[in-house]
Design a protein around this ligand. Structure first.
Ligand code: PLP
Length: 384
């Protein structure tokens, strides 16, 4: 198997699996219980919180565990609006993940105003539009750190500067950057940031929201007193322990992974651009997470390419995992100005820690043949 869909999810790192397995066998206590097995479970959760906080440049008291990146995003938007009832507006980008986009759409239906900041052909937000979109009614700006489909990194530092001038909070969805590039919340100066364990070789079903100390936010899930009353529900202790270990490994070998992945991605990109006629690269040439490669193959349907690659054991995607089952054309690719038929011809390859040069060679061997064969049976006109 050649797995090139690491932005959808990553395989569990064996060290994370080992740590979770040991914990699972030995610790079933509820962290809220006061007797020793409860306290032990709580200590493990605290250690994981410290590890994640350290990897983010935060303090452990600023990390709230959630069930996913999706919940962290929803929590950020709803929680901040709930905490400032006199403000009725938020600003997001046009290329947000559905976890922010649909949450914002829902808020619109409830009467809030949402400004959608457009992007240019590289997927970078329009900062002038953003500046003008901020009003005295704006409670929050939520701009993703990097895009999951094309990898473009947003100028968060400038977003923060513009927001601070008008005293507005900033949330960033860092699900696709945490573990891939430096995500230091202190340096970025954001107020809130979402992350997710299964994108960093940790387990699925656990995420976290960084909330800067002193930020006024209301809970999104109501119930018990867990997470200092900010996120009710008995903690996913096994998942949290795995998340902590995955974050520790990111700190330990982040640079090494990055060099390895960037090198493979560059070989793959050049090989595709040089080996396949009429291919179009989608995304920013430089300011992007380098593991993410998105290409359009005009004249073809991405699904046909994906299925043909899958028969060779090569797994890629047609965009965000959340939209791959729907017929929708990617809102990200449309936002960067692609015509719907070009967007529909685009596939995403995302590399990860466990990919090898052999994987890249396999793609460069199979993909040109597949594209050539599919184009021969389609109405593709290479002169067009
Ligand atoms: N935000 C971004 C940018 C993502 O890529 C994803 C997952 O694909 C999410 C949020 C949602 O994270 P989770 O799968 O943990 O809900």
């Amino acid at each position: 198997m050649v797995y090139l869909d690491n932005n959808a999810t990553t395989p569990l790192d064996p060290a994370v699996a080992e740590k979770m397995s040991l914990f699972m066998k030995e610790h079933f206590g509820n962290p809220s219980s006061l007797y020793p097995i409860g306290r032990e479970a709580k200590e493990h959760v605290t250690r994981a919180r410290e590890e994640i906080a350290e990897a983010l440049g935060a303090h452990r008291s600023e990390i709230v565990f959630t069930s996913s990146g999706t919940e962290a995003d929803n929590f950020a938007l709803m929680g901040i609006l709930d905490a400032c009832p006199d403000k009725r507006e938020i600003v997001i980008s046009a290329v947000e993940h559905p976890a922010v986009m649909r949450a914002a759409n829902h808020l619109e239906k409830k009467g809030y105003r949402v400004a959608y900041v457009p992007v240019d052909s590289t997927g970078t937000i329009d900062l002038d539009f953003l500046r003008d979109a901020i009003t005295p009614q704006t409670a929050l700006i939520s701009i993703m750190h990097a895009n999951n489909e094309i990898g473009t990194i947003q100028p968060i530092e400038t977003v923060v500067r513009l927001a601070k001038e008008k005293d507005v909070l900033v949330h960033t969805d860092a699900v696709q950057t945490f573990g891939k590039i430096d995500v230091n919340v202190e340096k970025m100066d954001v107020d809130l940031a979402s992350i997710s364990a299964h994108k960093i070789y940790g387990p699925k079903g656990v995420g976290a929201l960084y909330i800067r100390k002193g930020t006024h936010i209301q809970p999104f899930i109501h119930g018990g007193h867990q997470e200092k009353g900010l996120r009710a529900g008995t903690e996913n202790t096994i998942g949290i322990v795995g998340f902590g270990e995955a974050a520790r490994i990111v700190m330990e070998r982040g640079k090494k992974d990055r060099t390895h992945i960037d090198k493979l991605a560059e070989i793959l990109k050049k090989g595709i651009e040089n080996g396949i006629p009429k291919v179009r690269f989608n995304g920013h040439p430089e300011r992007r997470v380098k593991n993410t490669l998105n290409f359009a193959f005009p004249g073809l349907e991405a699904e046909a390419i994906l299925l043909a690659l899958a028969t060779k054991g090569i797994y890629v995607s047609t965009g965000s995992a959340c939209s791959s089952e729907s017929e929708e054309v990617s809102h990200v690719l449309l936002s960067i100005g692609l015509r719907p038929e070009i967007a529909r011809s685009s596939i995403r390859m995302s590399l990860g820690r466990f990919n090898t040069e052999d994987d890249v060679r396999a793609v460069l061997r199979e993909l040109p043949e597949i594209i050539d064969r599919l184009r021969k049976i389609s109405a593709f006109d290479p002169e067009e």
